[in-house]
Design a protein around this ligand. Sequence first.
Ligand SMILES: [Zn+2]
Length: 193
Amino acid sequence: MSCPNPIDAALLADYWLAALPKPQEDQIEEHLFACAECAARLEEVAALANALRNLARQGSLTMIVSDAFLQRAAQEGLRVRQYSPPAGGSVECTVTAEDDLLIGRLSADLTAARRIDLSLCDAQGVERARLADIPFNPATPGVALEQSITYAKAAPSETMVARLLSFDESGREHLLGEYTFNHTRTLPGPAAW
Ligand SMILES: [Zn+2]
């Protein structure tokens, strides 16, 4: 017996992370109750989601996170340090020994975007890393970037420029917003590199 209407893996992950609105959650719960196939898929998704969540909670990944994730992290007592530079502007930032998560809020109009890349550049504008095809919600006014706190705690004072890029039908890049983080090392001791 195969399910005629399997629940999307991304929905299953959101369901597992309790990130869905109540009516949608109820609807999925009802389906899972009746469908052994989707219930088995939920277990696989849950194992993956838990592994990812643990990595994200340790703060050692650079990744895009949802508001639901950040709310839950705060509820669990994690110290979340957030910076919100204006699009086209900059912010002075740092990290302390007590911080668990380091978040940069990148505000942009996402309503027309179909695919978004996040390009992380140095002070000279040279791309050092790129997160391709990041998850985003067109209805929200931007994305939240979790910067690796393991990296930030070891880092010297330095400037990072984050660029949100969208793509048109011909695949050409368009700049949605550019955000400059002027990081000052405030932890005692020399940087790790
Ligand atoms: Zn099913």
